[in-house]
Design a protein around this ligand. Structure first.
Ligand code: MG
Length: 368
């Protein structure tokens, strides 16, 4: 096996229902799909897509620019040698984990196809065939948040993530209390502020909602602020945006800061790194999710594949963007949500997806 060619595609994902966070609204992100082609023509697919320029440091145009350096660095390497592939990318370029993630995921898909095994099996095997997911309730009025939550619970969801921040905390407190009224006993509520509060605001919200069973997901921007909040509130702290690499995850487990993680494949650099982070979190018995910021069937299948290998007791679920853009690259096998669960794609080896020739249009760039 030897990587002969890398093709890069731009795929706009028009958002068909509203997705709002403390600092941004998602419009039409342009996803980056990569094809990593083996010497015999077998193709592995990878994908990354940032939600909005305000949400994370990376940008979709920047990801494609980074691939002009990263893709040539892996040409000629055996895709099975993931350590060598990742070392070549890290030698070629510091940071830019998003472009690295796209290529790394494509190599996992390619290896699966060459060995006739699923990526789930390559990751160690599924501990569950259906993967828990969670659904977001965006920034809105208390009435809207409560009615959206009730509809989601009716549709079978057991995990709700309520977005907060970017307005006076009295409005956030009213929303949390309205949503809490709608919850069932088995509902897991994460209040996700996407870094939007100061430490003082987070502590005030926690105190005002002391009787609500919820976790606070990334209430503030910095690890130091999260420590301040942790010291002064009783709600569990879930770390998302601050979990930038495996060292940060290890540090926040050992310091006792993180009661859970929201982990993104693109931020960590792909499935190879996420496999290590998964093993660390599972060994430490700290729940984690396997998400990405946005994207279509390919990144969704990668998130779900890793999600299937989590000990269900310590899984916070795998989030996929499909409900918001309702676009499938593979109409038959593309991951979709039913009763709050996602089923693993079964279209074949690798990520389990099958694509028509030319499905992604003309390549934006080809490296060979
Ligand atoms: Mg989050």
């Amino acid at each position: 096996m030897s990587i002969r060619e890398v093709r890069v595609y731009e795929v706009p994902l028009e958002t068909r229902s509203s997705y709002t966070m403390s600092n941004s609204t998602v419009a039409t992100p342009v996803s980056t799909v990569v094809e990593v082609v083996d010497a015999d023509g077998t193709i592995g697919y990878g994908e990354v897509c940032m939600a909005s320029p305000q949400f994370q440091p990376a940008h979709n145009n920047g990801i494609r620019a980074s691939l002009s350096i990263l893709a040539p660095a892996i040409l000629g390497i055996d895709p099975l040698k993931l350590t060598v592939i990742n070392a070549a990318m890290n030698t070629a370029m510091t940071g830019h984990t998003e472009g690295k993630a796209a290529l790394d995921i494509a190599c996992w898909d390619l290896i699966g196809k060459k060995l006739d095994r699923s990526v789930v099996d390559l990751l160690g095997g599924a501990l569950s065939d259906t993967i828990l997911t969670y659904h977001v309730v965006g920034i809105g009025t208390p009435e809207q948040a409560a009615s959206d939550t009730a509809a989601l619970l009716e549709a079978g969801h057991t995990r709700i993530q309520l977005k907060t921040g970017g307005r006076h905390i009295s409005e956030d407190i009213a929303c949390i209390q309205a949503v809490a009224e709608a919850l069932k006993p088995d509902t897991d509520l994460a209040v996700d502020t996407n870094r939007g509060w100061s430490a003082a605001e987070a502590i005030q919200v926690s105190n005002a909602c002391a009787d609500v069973r919820m976790s606070l997901e990334q209430p503030c921007a910095t690890e130091q602020e999260l420590h301040q909040v942790k010291a002064q509130c009783s709600h569990p702290i879930v770390v998302d945006e601050s979990s930038t690499d495996i060292r940060a995850v290890a540090r926040m487990i050992s310091s006792g800061l993180a009661d859970g993680f929201g982990l993104k494949l693109s931020r960590l650099g792909g499935l190879t790194t996420m496999r290590s982070v998964r093993d660390l979190c599972m060994a430490a018995r700290v729940p984690m999710s396997t998400d990405d910021a946005w994207g279509g069937d390919i990144i969704a299948a990668a998130c779900v594949a890793l999600g299937a290998t989590l000990d269900p007791q310590f899984s916070r679920g795998a989030w996929i963007a499909h409900p918001y853009h309702q676009q499938h690259y593979d109409e038959v096998n593309g991951p979709r949500i039913e009763n709050g669960l996602v089923t693993l794609p079964t279209g074949g080896p690798g990520l389990g997806l099958v694509f028509e020739d030319g499905c992604f249009g003309t390549p934006q760039a080809v490296y060979r």
